[in-house]
Design a binder for this molecule. Structure first.
Ligand code: FES
Length: 559
C-alpha cells in the first residue's frame, strides 16, 4: 500500500524525503515558523498520532521533544508504504453566548472602567502617557490553559467584543499536566516553553482584524504554573511541597502586595503596543490559579449571599464553594481526559470535535435534529463547526459514557459488555475500553475533590443554591448525562448552570473594569485553600468516584 499522510484530517501528497512541513505547505496547511525551517525556532511542533516509524529519526534540533511530538521541519517521510496521521496544534473559535450563560449580570450592560484611557489624543495607563493616537483602543483577555488557550479582543472604549480565537496550547509537547511542564521547564531552562507559545500567540494576535499596536492592555488568567511560565517566573517551587508560587512566597515575605503580576508587551514577546501592560490576575495558591480567581469574578462571588458551588473541569479541575462571607477553594489534578487528552481519539472542544453522541433506539417527533449526522450503525453525532469529525471532546465523551450506560453497553465499573473493546464512532474515530479507564480516574479525582470541599464546608451537595459547571466543553454538554455518569452531583436540574469558560469571562471583566480588578485582588486574599489529600476519606472518595453511577447528596463515602 503506498504511503498516505494525513495532516489535520486532510490527505496530503507525501514524497519520500519530504518533510512534514513541506507536505503541509503544499496542502496549504499553515504551520508556525520564524526560522525558515532550520530547526531553530521550535515553533513547528506537530503531534504524530499514527505512523511515527515511517518518519526519519529525530534530529539534534528535536532533543527537547518527548512522546509523539516532532518538529515538522525535521521529520521527513522515510518510507514509501504505510500510513501517517499527524496534526498541528488545533485551532477553533469559541462560541460567544454570553446571554445564554446564566452568569449573574448576564445581559446587563457592564460599567466600563478600563485602566487604559484617552485624554485629548493621549493614551494613558493609570494616568501615565504611553502613546498618542486618535484611533481605537483595544485590549485582550486571555485564558492560558494547560490544554487550550483562549483569546478575546475587545474595544476598551465601548466594551464591544471584536473577535475571539482559541487553539491548543503548543506547550503540550512538554507533557499534558502542570507537573510535567514544571519538570520540563526545570530540566530545559532555555525558555523553550515560552518561546513556542509566543509564536502561536503572535500569529493569533496578528490575525485579529485590528492593528496590533492598538492593543494597549492584556489580562492573563490561567493556572498558577501556566501564568508564571508566561511571566518568566520560576515554577520550580510550585512543583515542590508546600507547592507555592514565587509570588505567594514573595507576598508572604512582604515583598509584594498581591500575587498579581505585570509586564510590558515587549518583554512578553507579544506584537502588541510595546508599552502595553500585560496584567496577570492574582492566584489563590500554587495549585489554585488565576483562572479560578477569574471564575469567582465571573459568578460575582464578592456580592453573593447564597452558598454557590463552581466546578471548572479541566486538566486541573478548580473547585470553589461559598459566598461573600466564606469561600473554600481547591484544585484536583484530574489529568486531561475530560479535555480530550490521553484518549485515543480525543481532542479539545475545537472545530472538528464530536461534542454530542446518541446511540440507537433514540427517536420521537423532531428528534434527532436535522443538524445531527446519522451514521450507518444507528449512532448520531454532532460535530463542532459542522465538518468531518477529527476527534471527540469532553462533552462528547460525557454523552458517550452516559449513552453506553443507558443502553446497557457498559457497566458501572466501566467495562464494555459482549466482549467488545472498541466502539467506532466515525471513519478513523473510535473509543476504547482503555479510554474509559482514563475517564474513570479523572472522574475519581474530580469527585474526591468535590466531596472533600463540601465536607470541609459542612454542607451537603443539595444545600448549594447554584451549581455552576464550567470547563472547556463544547456547547452541548448535557448536564443530565453528566449526572448519570456521576461527574456532577444529582441535584435539581434547575440549580445546575452551565457557564462555559468562566475564566475567560472573568478575565474579560478584569480587562474592562479596574474596580473589578481591585475587587478580585481583595477577594482572593479571603479564600481558604482546601488541601484535599489531608481529608481522612480522600482515598475512599476517589475509589468510589471512579465508578460510573450517580453521585448522591451526601459527603460520606459509601461503605
Ligand atoms: S520551522 Fe523553526 S524549528 Fe521548524
Amino acid at each position: 500500500m503506498p504511503l498516505t499522510l494525513t495532516i489535520d484530517g486532510t490527505p496530503t501528497p507525501a514524497p519520500l524525503g519530504a518533510t512534514i512541513f513541506n507536505c503541509a505547505e503544499r496542502a496549504s496547511i499553515h504551520i508556525p515558523t520564524s526560522c525558515l525551517k532550520n530547526g531553530k525556532c521550535k515553533e513547528c511542533v506537530v503531534e504524530i498520532a499514527e505512523g511515527s516509524s515511517y518518519l526519519s529519526e529525530p534530529t539534534p534540533f528535536e532533543r527537547h521533544l518527548t512522546g509523539n511530538f516532532r518538529l515538522s521541519c525535521q521529520a521527513a517521510i522515510a518510507s514509501s508504504e504505510g500510513r501517517i496521521q499527524c496534526h498541528t496544534m488545533r485551532r477553533g473559535h469559541m462560541r460567544i453566548e454570553r446571554h445564554a450563560l446564566g452568569l449573574p449580570g448576564s445581559g446587563r450592560p457592564m460599567e466600563l472602567d478600563p485602566a487604559v484611557t484617552r485624554q485629548a489624543g493621549r493614551i494613558l495607563i493609570d494616568g501615565q502617557e504611553i502613546d498618542r493616537s486618535t484611533g481605537p483602543i483595544h485590549g485582550i483577555a486571555m485564558d492560558l490553559g494547560t490544554t487550550t488557550v483562549v483569546l478575546r479582543l475587545l474595544d476598551l472604549e465601548t466594551g464591544e467584543l471584536i473577535a475571539d480565537t482559541s487553539f491548543e496550547n503548543p506547550q503540550r509537547f512538554a507533557g499534558s499536566d502542570v507537573m510535567a511542564r514544571i519538570q520540563y521547564d526545570t530540566a530545559h531552562p532555555g525558555k523553550l516553553l515560552r518561546r513556542t507559545l509566543a509564536g502561536y500567540l503572535t500569529r493569533a494576535i496578528q490575525e485579529f482584524p485590528v492593528a496590533p499596536a492598538s492593543i494597549y492592555e492584556m489580562v492573563v488568567v490561567g493556572n498558577s504554573t501556566m501564568r508564571d511560565l508566561f511571566f518568566r517566573q520560576s515554577v520550580y517551587s510550585i512543583g515542590q511541597s508546600p507547592y507555592r508560587s514565587i509570588t505567594e512566597l514573595e507576598m508572604a515575605e512582604g515583598k509584594r502586595p498581591s500575587t498579581a503580576l505585570t509586564e510590558t508587551g515587549r518583554r512578553c514577546l507579544l506584537p502588541i503596543h510595546p508599552k502595553a501592560r500585560v496584567y496577570g490576575a492574582p492566584i489563590i495558591s500554587g495549585h489554585v490559579g488565576a483562572d479560578a480567581a477569574a471564575a469567582m469574578l465571573a459568578i460575582d462571588l464578592a456580592h453573593e449571599d447564597r452558598i454557590v458551588a463552581l466546578m471548572d473541569i479541566g486538566t486541573n479541575t478548580e473547585l470553589i464553594l461559598g459566598n461573600r462571607h466564606r469561600i473554600l477553594a481547591a484544585s484536583c489534578p484530574a489529568g486531561p481526559a475530560f479535555e480530550g487528552g490521553a484518549i485515543a481519539c480525543g481532542m479539545p472542544a475545537l472545530d472538528g470535535a464530536i461534542e454530542d453522541v446518541r446511540l440507537s433506539e433514540w427517536g420521537g417527533p423532531g428528534y434527532p435534529p436535522p443538524s445531527w449526522v446519522r451514521l450507518p450503525s444507528s449512532r448520531f453525532l454532532t460535530v463542532i463547526g459542522g465538518g468531518a469529525p477529527q476527534g471527540i471532546c469532553g462533552s462528547g465523551l460525557v454523552a458517550l459514557l452516559s449513552e453506553l450506560l443507558r443502553t446497557g453497553r457498559m457497566n458501572e465499573r466501566g467495562r464494555f459488555e459482549d466482549d467488545i473493546h472498541r466502539i467506532d464512532l466515525a471513519p478513523g474515530i473510535y473509543f476504547l475500553e482503555s479510554d474509559v479507564n482514563e475517564l474513570a480516574q479523572a472522574k475519581g479525582a474530580n469527585i474526591s475533590g468535590l466531596r472533600v470541599v463540601f465536607a470541609n464546608y459542612g454542607i451537603e451537595f443539595d444545600q448549594a443554591a447554584v451549581f455552576y459547571l464550567a470547563g472547556g466543553f463544547g456547547r452541548h454538554l448535557d448536564s443530565s448525562a453528566a449526572a448519570r455518569i456521576g461527574l456532577i452531583p444529582r441535584i435539581p436540574e434547575d440549580r445546575i448552570v452551565q457557564i462555559g469558560n468562566a475564566a475567560i469571562e472573568g478575565a474579560t471583566i478584569a480587562l474592562l473594569s479596574q474596580s473589578k480588578r481591585r475587587e478580585l485582588e481583595r477577594l482572593v486574599r479571603t479564600v481558604e485553600h482546601c488541601r484535599l489529600e489531608t481529608h481522612p476519606q480522600f482515598f475512599d472518595f476517589f475509589v468510589d468516584g471512579c465508578q460510573f453511577h450517580p453521585l448522591e447528596s451526601t459527603s460520606e463515602a459509601p461503605v
